[in-house]
Design a binder for this molecule. Structure first.
Ligand code: NI
Length: 180
């Protein structure tokens, strides 16, 4: 894979709606992508990032809510408990904030960047971020959870984002508390 600079893809780009491919064998190129994704996440003040968000339709995510960095390949949720509703933002949908109902606790199975199977249990915000990133791997975005009225209200904003193709820099604001 060529070493072009990774760039955040914004709603309107097909790759965000595609189902990510499972990684057959974790190799150096995947480790490289995961490292660069983590750097881009930190540079963008994000707490999670999925490979389709940088234009790579492969099953990889990075997450760091301030308690350590997770780099996961082929993550899937194997158990979930309870519910929680948190306001979520997304680096691929700048300027939009949606309340999303998710499991309060999840158990994931994934591969680490060496290709070793691992299991992660998470609750609260961390569980929310994992579910958000795994949604990205399915081609799902937070706007899909928005109630009809909110969707209608943000339609114009989304059209604008598609036209500018992410060239508009949306400043971090109070209404956008978490960028995933
Ligand atoms: Ni996101």
């Amino acid at each position: 894979m060529e070493k072009t600079e990774l760039k955040i893809r914004v709603v309107g780009e097909d790759v965000l709606r595609r189902k990510a491919k499972q990684v057959r064998q974790v190799g150096e190129e995947h480790q490289d992508i995961l490292s660069r994704m983590a750097q881009l996440m930190y540079d963008s003040s994000g707490i999670g990032l999925a490979a389709p968000q940088v234009g790579i339709a492969q099953s990889m995510i990075v997450v760091d809510i301030g308690q350590g960095l997770y780099k996961l390949v082929n993550p899937r949720i194997v158990r979930r408990k309870g519910t929680q509703v948190l306001e979520e933002g997304c680096l691929s949908v700048p300027g939009v904030c949606v309340k999303v109902k998710r499991a309060q606790w999840v158990c994931l199975e994934a591969l680490d960047q060496q290709g070793k199977p691992l299991r992660v249990e998470a609750e609260g915000l961390l569980a929310c971020v994992f579910q958000h990133e795994i949604d990205h791997l399915e081609g799902k975005l937070i706007i899909d959870y928005a109630p009809l009225l909110q969707r209608l209200k943000m339609r114009k904003h989304l059209e604008g984002l598609k036209e500018k193709n992410g060239n508009e820099r949306v400043p971090k604001s109070k209404t956008e508390p978490r960028r995933l």
